[in-house]
Write a protein that binds this ligand. Sequence first.
Ligand SMILES: *Cc1c(COP(=O)(O)O)cnc(C)c1O
Length: 379
Amino acid sequence: MISDMKTLSALHPNQLNFSGGPGVLPEVVLRQLQESIIAVPEVGLSILGISHRSDWFASVVNELKDNIRRLMGLSDEYHVLFLQGGATQQFSMVPMSLLAGKTQPADYLHTGYWSGKSLPEARREGPIRVAWSGESDGFRRLPDEHDLELSEDAPYLHYISNETVEGLQFHQVMGLDGVPRVCDMSSDFLSRPFDFDRFSVIYAHAQKNIGPSGVTVVLVKDEILHEAPTDMPGFLNYRTQIEANSIYNTPPVFAIYSVLLVSRWLRDEIGGLEAMDCINTAKADLLYREIDRNPEFYRATVSSCNRSKMNVSFRLSSVELERDFLSAARAGGFSGLDGHRSVGGIRASLYNGMQIQAVENLVDFMQDFQSHRTKNRAA
Ligand SMILES: *Cc1c(COP(=O)(O)O)cnc(C)c1O
């Protein structure tokens, strides 16, 4: 069936990678990284063999901290850390510092697969209360402010800005102003401007939107650490990491350098988060419009006001048809379109590095697939 489809404009298969993560990175960054494997121009050594104690690497860390603060409009009240262990480690590190010894429970929102993973990790460290859960509803929507009964005494509120698996995204800040907000922004980090200064802790691993796996960016407002316990493993203690400027032990040098290149690309080539959001919105609109154009064939899976601009999930009328869709898509050069193993269906992730042209190609493919299938059925 591929033979009678429109020929798609030439994009490298790497640019048609709709994977949920690790995600697609800008091609210019990949080229700079390729060069850096042999030698970083200003150093003359391979990025894989430069000491993390060198002055050059200290300047990488400092420039990246600065770039992230500037892109997000945050002051130096926020520490910027580059840690290992992924977002998963933050599921534990946050309550280890902010919940240990507390009697009041922290409020947690259970809005999908990843926030579900954060709950048992937090429970191990202290009391939590699930202030809202979308589980019985199959995680099809997010709560509104008035759905929540939040506690004014909670040590903090934890939630996930973008549920990567389901394709749900908060478009407004949640929570009470008197309660510190802690947010996992792994899958929409640096994708849009936001009131970041209303959060006390923001964390995001790099591998969805801003780099390869191996490093997690953590922004911590200094004041929230005042009551944190001090007798913790150094590696898991935000204070130790702050004092060491993220070079407490050997950090993931390559991953951090990659994120630096992405931050420069965001700043210099894209022009900041506002401009990035325009592009991301245009990409998501294209795809949702195609899904909505024929709801008989492509079925959106989440409530329209909570749709994610990063992860667009949809279904077809049967699992067999979805299988055919995915194999035709693979044959057409697309990859990463399979829904998460926990939910199935189709998911197109449109991270920062994905070009609009790739989404146009996907929409063309969807139209061709649909008209081919509809014709076959009529015949
Ligand atoms: C992918 C993902 C995670 C898991 O991150 P790891 O770095 O693999 O630990 C956590 N939270 C969100 C929102 C994610 O998308």
